[in-house]
Design a protein around this ligand. Structure first.
Ligand code: GDP
Length: 188
């Protein structure tokens, strides 16, 4: 994928005029700290595009990035940050569900980022289930594979594959930029 431009457009919390056009939407979701922002940055080839952080649960809006003036990558808030206050969890859930399940927007793909060291959590599997119910087109990205020991790599990936069912799985490292071409070809 040849990236000519990658721009942050705005953060939104509800349906927005920026999305009322023909541009394709690719949504990134996942547990807080799984590496959504890092994956977006690695795809766009710009380390500073989406904000990355060591403190989970900080993105409380949907960040819209316009790539090559032709389609959007949407960085949704992370879910499952246990330490977040209930009010915040509820707010984030409303933003995520509002966009994915209650709006009229259609996503070309929904990219679910999981931490490959942990595998899909209960919340990730529930999210896959909901996405399936809403007939979304899902790609699962197993991020942070650079952290997996090579001796257990195959077993770990096989294990994740078994849990996520029929969906495409891409072993990925935002850090080492492993899997970027494969992910681009899935979503573009
Ligand atoms: P988000 O909350 O899902 O957007 O996660 P971030 O992109 O902010 O990343 C959370 C933390 O994981 C940060 O400290 C990143 O540097 C780290 N991280 C993200 N991707 C990778 C990866 O592929 N490998 C490694 N080793 N660390 C990563």
């Amino acid at each position: 994928m040849n990236i000519k431009s990658a721009k942050f457009i705005k953060g939104i919390v509800k349906p927005d005029v920026s999305l009322e056009n023909d541009l394709l939407q690719i949504a990134f979701i996942g547990r807080s700290n799984a590496g959504k922002s890092s994956v977006i940055n690695s795809l766009a080839g710009d380390k500073k595009l989406a904000r990355t952080s060591n403190s989970p649960g900080r993105t409380q809006q949907i960040n819209l990035f316009l790539i090559n003036d032709s389609f959007y990558l949407l960085d949704l808030p992370g879910y499952g940050y246990a330490k977040a206050p209930e009010k915040i969890k509820e707010l984030l859930k409303n933003i995520i569900y509002g966009y994915l399940f209650e709006s009229q927007y259609v996503q070309k793909k929904v990219v679910l980022i999981i931490d490959s060291r942990i595998g899909p959590t209960k919340l990730d599997l529930e999210m896959i289930d909901l996405l399936e119910q809403h007939k979304k087109n899902i790609v699962v990205v197993a991020n942070k594979v650079d952290k997996i020991k090579s001796s257990v790599y195959q077993k770990r990936i096989k294990n994740i594959r078994e849990k996520i069912g029929k969906h495409t799985l891409i072993p990925y490292s935002a850090e080492k930029k492993t899997g970027t071409e494969e992910l681009w070809s899935e979503i573009s």
